[in-house]
Design a binder for this molecule. Sequence first.
Ligand code: GDP
Ligand code: GDP
Length: 455
Amino acid sequence: MAYPNSGNRKKSLVAIVGRPNVGKSTLFNRIIGQRVAIVDDQPGVTRDSNYRPADWNGKSFTLVDTGGFFGPEEDPLTPFVQEQIELVVQDASVLVYILDAQQGPTPADAEILDFLRRQHIPLIAAVNKVDNVEKSDEVTAMFYELGLADFIPISASHGMGVGDLLDEVVQYLPDADLTPEEEEEVPKIPGIAILGRPNVGKSTLLNSLCGQPKAIVSPIAGTTRDPVDTEIVVEGKTYLLIDTAGIRRRGQMKQGLDKFSMMRCEEALRRCDAALLLIDGEEGLTERDAKVFSIANDMGKAVILLVNKWDVVEKDTNTAGAFAKKIREDLPYLKYAPIEFISAMTKQRIHRIFPHVEKILENYYRRVPTGELNRLLEDILAKNPPPVHKGRLPRIYYWTQASVAPPTFIGFVNEPSAIHFSYERYLINRLYENFDFEGTPIRLFWRKRKQRKSE
Ligand code: GDP
Ligand code: GDP
């Protein structure tokens, strides 16, 4: 099969950059918060990713808050911080530079902008904290000395100007809706990230996968900072293995090890289609594992959970079953993820990984015809209609699959806020039951629509 996203598998990345305290995370949260709520997981799961999906005017992109990687106290001009920002920025489709109206232009702004301009990536400057609209011309005028042509006045905390800023941003992004014909034409090598905490066996697994009989392997040199990806051909299919094992060695030389490795995990996740999430079978699941895995879910990636080092686990008849049950309890938001018990070292069940990856990628790109979807919906509504919520009776008119990777559905309703979270989850579960979406998250959005006379 073809994997349509190939060319833009990395959804366009929009990076928010700026000195500390200019309001980057306020803006980030505001943009993210403007999305229609969706969720296929439990309420209250911490969302601490600095990369989040966003959309505006029908274009979807990934938004990254570069400030989110550091504390507000950290100076963006220190080499460490610079290096991290550079890493993100080199991948971006659009850069949004945030200035602070209350402080005016600073030498640090001039320096960072000088760097950003040299990236030859569309650069949009916004002046934040313009809380008084009448003064916006006066305020932005202060910034012309920075040598940029235009500044968009915004107030991230009030939301003023954010729409204008997004209008400008999405002008630089490709159209989201490729027609199916166009999709087929894009050649594609799916990216597979290998993720897990230090010592879980990532390098060993990479070696074992590459050492399989009939695997043809060619390392792809990255930039100096990127880990080396590996192209591997198995059974005539090509995959790009995105390895994060190098993270630890590089990180150790530096301060901020944990933030750094989290950031690299996020970066690997962003670049991949599917992730192999490793769990240490001897030690069990840790909180850090859960955190990284929840980010995979947030980013909407296909995943397989691999319980590694199964060779050294003492087993009786139900050890794997009990282990799986515990994982299901601890990771309720990943209930769609298949679990395999492997040994990267002895290569036990390693040969099953690529066939499994192939299957979940197929599901990740699965498109369900609208007719089929609505036959299912009719059936659901007949048996179990949505209950009255907040004093309103929700009417769901129809739904349709808006996109793949991950499968994303839009339901048209009289009043989106009338759909209770648990009913939404119920619908998502019906999708999992009726179509093969194993290994992939599902998104469900609601759009308000007036009822047509004919209905
Ligand atoms: P970051 O370090 O760039 O991510 O900045 P934050 O988003 O943490 O914001 C720094 C401070 O600026 C916080 O106290 C925010 O409440 C404040 N802030 C952010 N946006 C605005 C705004 O539009 N107007 C005003 N007056 N304050 C803002
Ligand atoms: P990474 O830090 O995630 O890349 O982990 P490594 O691949 O370097 O492995 C860490 C340690 O775990 C090494 O000593 C490996 O030999 C060991 N290891 C990795 N996979 C397995 C496995 O399946 N079984 C056993 N017994 N040990 C393993």
